[in-house]
Design a protein around this ligand. Structure first.
Ligand code: KIV
Ligand code: ZN
Length: 512
């Protein structure tokens, strides 16, 4: 007899809360479509009440996704819950995930509420939500650091009110595997109506144990839902990584004895899409999705793998989607093939003129680069200059000169609010000069907190993908740009970050 483990993906909600990882509605929609192809059971699409942008993103995902349940987070109050229900109205399968903090520390210092008030608010909120939807998840925030007796009382009451999933967050990543597993087990034993709900684990990675803690919650505690994000994206050190928890349960089925509905061949494409969209680069030695995860460098290992793969491989690279790294298009590919590939990658450009613009960019790229990979196409459409009419700052052209012994110099032409503007500057290097040339007319005053370059498909012929993280007035944004010329990619990334600072939207933080 096996049970099913429900995979609840929160890349678009908890993952997106990571400073700099915020995504546009279209980017979220594209990732949601990939999550559906990955066959996750639940997609937490956002926190509808936090901003109009998040509301629209949840609504768009609710309309587009057919096979996964779409969920919105909501604080335990009627307004948030109504906004969530409204955003989810058109979803074939919808869930509201409501939460309130239950640890003494959070209740006293953050909420300034007594335990009795928190208990009452949890009860009323779940009752209210249950009148709007059948599928209700409840989370006691900072649950792992909450008093066991109080937590049991709260969870008993919310199950009585109709919560169908109980999620136990280790909000600050404080747990260790055995204790967290035991914590879930004790809750399930002590809450009298625990059998009326599915139990779920939600672990943060502050001590690097999010996956281990989640697995212990499943194995020792008997949880049957795991909350996770692609690449472990999330605030601070991130959340439990979907690819790791899924492949651990699948590879060690002998131990976990659980079924998972995931199509693992979609894991690497999902990882790449999230990394390219957010600019959060995946470390090479990251389990399952890192570039070295299946590379055998030592002679002894290579020899063993050639003789029999299972001498050193416990998973096959192609089973998690590494073979998806294929040449898909080239110089001779036509508009229809390009459009079809966009569709296969889950990219929907809104109008024919956007498709035409993207196709022109693709042709320009194909003239400079003979092999075009899926990653190149995704980079091309992530690049805001594909839809320049929507952006305040747009890239037009760049020329720069650098020579040994001379100070590099750059001249750039951009659009600002649709008008062409020119700037020029010297700098420490060609990239520095180009970004200073942009600043010469933008004068954003933003501080650069990260600059990174990554070769998209691994060779010098590949496109350079640049991530720029800017900080201004307490906001942190990431901009991503791609081009075979890394100086141009840097200028595009800088403009993309400036656009995000320009389109500022105020959001309410889930844990704020
Ligand atoms: O970590 C946490 O406590 C959360 C809740 C809002 C579920 O993300
Ligand atoms: Zn969380």
């Amino acid at each position: 007899m096996t049970d099913k483990l429900i995979i609840f993906d929160t890349t678009l909600r908890d993952g997106e809360q990571s400073p700099g990882a915020s995504m546009t509605r279209d980017e979220k929609l594209r990732i949601a479509r990939q999550l559906e192809r990955l066959k996750v059971d639940v997609i937490e699409a956002g926190f509808a009440a936090s901003s109009n942008g998040d509301f629209e993103a949840v609504r768009a995902i609710a309309c587009a996704i057919k096979d996964s349940t779409v969920c919105s987070l909501a604080r335990a109050n009627d307004r948030d819950i109504s906004r969530a229900a409204e955003a989810l109205k058109l979803a074939p399968r919808a869930r509201i995930h409501t939460f309130i903090a239950t640890s003494a520390l959070h209740m006293e210092k953050k909420l300034r509420m007594s335990p009795e008030q928190v208990l009452e608010q949890a009860k009323q909120s779940v009752r209210f939500a249950r009148n709007l939807l059948d599928d209700i998840e409840f989370s006691p925030e900072d649950g792992y650091r909450s008093d066991m007796d109080f937590l049991c009382k709260v969870l008993e009451v919310v199950i009585q009110e109709g919560a169908t999933t109980i999620n136990v967050p280790d909000t600050v990543g404080y747990a260790v595997p055995e204790l967290y597993g035991q914590f879930i087990k004790t809750l399930r034993e002590r809450v009298p109506n625990s059998d009326k709900a599915v139990w779920s684990v939600h672990c943060h990675n502050d001590l690097g144990m999010a996956v281990a803690n989640s697995l212990a919650g499943i194995k020792i505690g008997g949880a049957r839902q795991v909350e996770c994000t692609i690449n472990g994206l999330g605030e601070r050190a991130g959340n439990c990584a979907l690819e790791e928890v899924v492949m651990a349960v699948r590879t060690r089925r002998d131990f976990f004895n659980l079924d998972i509905g995931i199509d693992a061949t979609q894991i690497v494409p999902a990882s790449r899409m999230v990394s390219q969209t957010t600019g959060f680069v995946v470390q090479p030695n990251k389990a399952v999705v890192g570039a070295n995860a299946f590379a055998h460098a030592s002679g002894i290992h290579q020899d063993g793998v050639l003789k029999a793969r299972d001498t050193y491989e416990i998973m096959r690279a192609e089973d998690v989607g590494w073979s998806a790294n294929k040449i898909v298009l080239g110089k001779l590919s036509g508009r229809n093939a390009f459009k079809q590939r966009l569709q296969d990658l889950g990219v929907s450009l809104e109008s024919e003129s956007e498709v035409n613009h993207a196709f022109t960019k693709f042709k320009e790229l194909a003239d400079r680069k003979s092999e075009i990979f899926d990653e190149d196409i995704l980079a091309l459409v992530s690049d805001e200059s594909v839809t320049p009419q929507r952006e305040h700052f747009g890239f037009v052209s760049l020329s720069q000169h650098s020579e040994t012994g001379e100070q590099p110099h750059a001249s750039i032409v951009c659009t600002v609010g649709g008008k062409e503007v020119k700037g020029a500057s010297g700098g420490n290097g060609p990239v520095d000069a180009s970004l200073k040339a942009i600043e010469s007319f933008v004068k954003s005053g933003a501080e650069m907190v990260l600059y990174s370059v990554n070769a998209i498909s691994g060779s010098t012929e590949s496109q350079g993908e640049v991530t720029v993280r800017l900080q201004n007035s307490g906001r942190v944004v990431n901009g991503v740009g791609a081009d075979p010329d890394i100086v141009v990619a840097s200028a595009k990334a800088y403009l993309s970050a400036l656009n995000k600072l320009h389109n500022k939207s105020d959001r309410v933080a889930a844990q704020g």
